[in-house]
Design a protein around this ligand. Structure first.
Ligand SMILES: Nc1ncnc2c1ncn2[C@@H]1O[C@H](COP(=O)(O)OP(=O)(O)OP(=O)(O)O)[C@@H](O)[C@H]1O
Length: 603
């Protein structure tokens, strides 16, 4: 099978799969299909009856002969308009309801797939699928599915009417009708490939635009705005070229359909004229024959145009379907919580992990246990696997080997929402939303009272600066927290986590943007709120934080190599000793950040 044919097959499968969404709107779909058929038939009947009136008037029929036709026409015209309006209304109502259903399914899929699946995806491209690709499907639901049913009904009715006028006439038309119907099939594979190129170009342009917007500051600083705008320009041109190529083929199909339609009408025009001159057809019916011959091509051409556009719609459907059917990195979250109460202990048992099959082992045979109420520091060189450990504990990924236990229970036995109740991660970089600081803190605890929010902010040492913001807790954090400093964003993220009172809390360099004094204050407040009761893991580079923890777990090259207090490790462990010496050297060097264990390792 050629690539084009495989693409077309994949798109047909995606479109078939999206047909299932009509099931929830069966009544509406039946009504719109009936209305579409009625609309077509009423339009053709109006044209046909008009032609009869013309024919009769031209052949000198008396007014009494015309009166009933004219009356019927006067009734039919407003009914046709009404049916047409109803059809347009209902068909779009149905289509946009289905688009809302698809977006709902897509957002559910994104939730299921996050975060592992999206590590390899471009945000703007995924956004283009959720917005532009879904919008493209409107054409499929509003103008394709019902119309394909109408194509079978309406031309059959017209050909039957022509048969009644003279049995030869429909047979002259059938081959040409079939030719018009077959044109899109001849171009289907090409159309599918062009549609795919077009949708990919839309996605890529979206991804590049989002990248540029998010990185405008960096592009400005490094004087690369021109380069990036050139790239955007190139993407735009590629998108335009994809649209032109699609339009050129689409236009050719349209021209061929128009040529066959005209040929069909011309054939009937000549043949009916010959029949009239031989006395086999009433002269008064001659205009009606020509009008019906033209009308038979109306729906066929319309559907041929619709099918010609299906390459674009099919490609959009394939992108939507791919996201809907993607498999999450972690599956089988059970429905039932394994226990009512869970002790806040965390244990890694012989855990190994690699991000990709065939990739390097990021963690190798890691085993350790953190007891309830302990405050532990995870320490190691940059890239030694500390963040990976934290993400495995949250089940963003599953270990390649070994297991992770919360309160003695394998975390695979927890439903996702339950696991998130017990275990919370404040990542290195956090996202604040374009809403008030209060709502940002309340993100994971929507029912929390204002005073609970204030207490959480206090525990994160965020209360002081929040109260000084122009509108206090009601101040908008800006787009992704743009109106706050890095340290302020980190403390809001910490308050957000503390508000949920997670039994096990992992802070992944979540205080790295704070100065040493503020970090020490935040650390002390966290300890006051949690020590002895809850378990806290600090992934940290700053010596003061590391020393203040009950225990230090040392990692090197993806392996857990030692555990103990600062004094014990300084005494017994050469690797730890080296790390601390590096820190001491850094402190002596004024040009080097003095508060970090690994120079330049703040990520
Ligand atoms: N999504 C990913 N896909 C493939 N490799 C990854 C991915 N994320 C991290 N890695 C790799 O895994 C290794 C461990 O990374 P990790 O972020 O866990 O280290 P870390 O100890 O937290 O480092 P740092 O202190 O700099 O934050 C690194 O070599 C990194 O390149």
């Amino acid at each position: 099978m050629t690539t084009d044919a495989a693409t077309a097959k994949e798109q047909r499968r995606a479109l078939r799969s999206l047909l299932r969404l009509l099931n929830n709107h069966r009544l509406m779909f039946t009504a719109t299909t009936l209305l579409a058929t009625l609309n077509q038939l009423a339009g053709i009947a109006t044209a046909g009856m008009g032609a009869v009136v013309v024919g009769k008037a031209a052949t000198g029929a008396p007014w009494s002969d015309l009166q009933s036709w004219v009356t019927a026409l006067l009734v039919l015209v407003p009914i046709t308009a009404l049916v047409s309006w109803l059809e347009m209304w209902l068909v779009h109502d149905m289509a946009y309801r289905i688009l809302a259903d698809i977006r709902r399914e897509l957002f559910q899929a994104m939730e299921r797939l996050a975060p592992a699946y999206f590590v390899d995806q471009r945000g703007g491209d995924v956004a283009a699928t959720a917005m532009a690709d879904v919008e493209t499907l409107e054409w499929f639901y509003a103008h394709t599915v019902g119309s394909l049913i109408v194509i079978l009904l309406v031309p059959t009715c017209i050909l039957a009417t022509l048969f009644l006028l003279h049995p030869v006439l429909p047979w002259l038309l059938v081959p040409l009708v079939l030719a018009v119907a077959v044109i899109p099939a001849l171009f289907a594979n090409r159309a599918a490939q062009q549609g795919r190129t077009l949708r990919e170009a839309v996605g890529r342009a979206g991804a590049e635009t989002v990248d540029a917007l998010q990185g405008l500051r960096e592009l400005s600083m490094f004087d690369r705005k021109g380069f990036w705008f050139q790239l955007l320009e190139k993407r735009s041109q590629k998108l335009a070229a994809a649209r032109v190529a699609f339009g050129r083929r689409d236009g050719l199909e349209g021209a061929l359909a128009a040529a066959f339609s005209s040929l069909g009408m011309l054939t009937v025009l000549i043949a009916a004229a010959a029949l009239v001159s031989r006395g086999e057809l009433e002269p008064a019916l001659y205009p009606a024959c020509v009008v019906l011959a033209a009308a038979v091509f109306g729906p066929v051409t319309a559907v041929s145009r619709i099918v010609a556009g299906l390459g674009n719609v099919g490609a959009a459907a394939a992108r939507v379907d791919k996201l809907l059917r993607a498999q999450p990195a972690v599956s089988d979250f059970p429905e039932q919580a394994p226990a009512d109460t869970v002790a806040p202990t965390l244990a890694f048992k012989q855990v190994s992990f690699r991000y990709k099959t065939g990739g390097p082992d990021v963690l190798q045979d890691v085993s350790f246990r953190v007891e309830a109420g302990e405050t532990v520091a995870l320490v190691g060189l940059s890239g030694s696997g500390k963040s990976t450990l934290a993400q495995l504990a949250l089940r963003f990924w599953d270990p390649t080997a070994g297991s992770i236990h919360l309160g003695g229970i394998d975390i695979k036995q927890f439903p996702r929402k339950d696991l998130n109740q017990h275990l919370m991660l404040v990542p290195q970089t956090t996202t604040l939303f374009h809403t008030s600081v209060r709502e940002n803190i309340r993100l994971g605890s929507p029912d929390a009272s204002d005073s609970a929010v204030t207490l959480a902010a206090r525990a994160a040492a965020a209360d002081g600066f929040i109260e000084n913001l122009p509108e206090g807790y009601a101040t908008n954090a800006g787009d992704r927290g743009a109106q706050l400093s890095g340290g302020q964003r980190q403390r809001i993220a910490l308050a957000r986590a503390l508000l949920r009172r997670p039994p096990v809390l992992i802070l992944d360099e979540s205080l790295s943007n704070l100065d040493a004094e503020t970090e020490a204050e935040v650390f002390a407040r966290i300890q006051t709120k949690r020590a002895g009761q809850f378990t806290t893991l600090f992934i940290a580079h700053r010596l003061s934080t590391i020393q203040a923890c009950d225990r230090i777990l040392l990692f090197e090259g993806g392996r857990f190599i030692a555990s103990g207090s600062h004094t014990e490790l300084m005494r017994d462990n050469a690797a730890y000793h080296r790390l601390i010496e590096a820190q001491a050297r850094a402190q002596q060097d004024e040009s080097t950040p003095t508060t970090h264990l690994i120079p330049g390792a703040v990520s």
